[in-house]
Design a protein around this ligand. Sequence first.
Ligand code: GMT
Length: 380
Amino acid sequence: MKIGITCYPTYGGSGAVATELGIALAARGHEVHFITYAQPFRLPSFLPRVWFHEVDVGRYPLFEYPPYDLALAVRMHEVVRDHQLDVLHCHYAIPHATSAWIAREMLRDGAGDIRVVTTLHGTDITIVGQDRSFYTITRFSIERSDAVTAVSDYLRDETYRAFGCVGCEVEVIPNFINPAQYDRAKHVFPIPQEVTGGRKVIMHISNFRPVKRVRDIVRTFAGINAVIPSVLVMVGDGPERVDAEAEARELKVADHVLFLGKIDAIAPLLAGADLFLLTSDKESFGLSALEAMASGVPVVGARAGGLPEVVTEGVTGLLRPVGDVDAMAAAGIAVLGDADRWRTMSRAAAVDARTRFAEEAIVARYEALYERTLASAPTR
Ligand code: GMT
């Protein structure tokens, strides 16, 4: 098949999943065309059967808000027409699924036809899509997609609840990991011993958006650090980083917290972590938690959204109510303070990630979905 993929190319789970999916599809013999405004952050410069088509929004003094969604639709139309694509797979509904609908309408001039598959990732449904400004277009774009997937049962149910789509069936296809990549034994932890000082390494990776509640990460860490000597490694960047730094100073743990900024290769970092923290108030899946689990890192976090579908309570991690940093700190202490328990959880996490979320099986599900969609009549 010839598959176009559109995603947010920047640091974030949906872009990571879309890129890994494209790479895996190309390895299985498909032709994959990424159509985005920048090279996706996890895409190497060259891979057989993989192409990158940049969307140029252009500049015009009249445009205070350059119409990216239109430029994307035009690029999608060109790429589908010139490369005779079969499927356009949009990751994150807004505006990708809308642009794909426009591109498909433009193809009615006889230049070809395309099936549109939309994967819902999270805030496209739980926050942005429900904003008044975007609600009707989000619903429209979901209903006009030929197939819709969500990354968790929680997100599927939330889509039905919030949008009540007519005639659309949302299939749950969870995110996945490449087991060879997230292998604790394979990497050298890049943070030297003189920095960690033999202390436990607690890690958080995110885009530091408000939903991540990064202050809670620091508070939870402070609670753990008061009992178990540890260091907090914060990976990523975003609007709440300054607040997290301020919280660390306020709680007098700043000397024990490292802010590394955006780092693309996270598998070597996770290979040296003892505990992963994810305290979000909304998390449709929690790809970073899955990547941690695959690396043998137990997860402590908030029982929010789809995270309990990824982290099995008491087996691969411990989840506590959103905002209950004392309970999350106690959970962290319980895991880190008992070497046998930690070892059992670490092994269970690595096995579970490879069993329920293995790349092979999940990529095959997307392949089957594309084939089914191509075999059925288009949605109009
Ligand atoms: O929806 C977002 O806020 C952004 C998106 C992203 O690009 O990182 O994250 C969502 O998609 C990820 C990949 O499917 C999920 O692992 C995240 O849980 C989800 N984020 C939220 O639901 C907040």
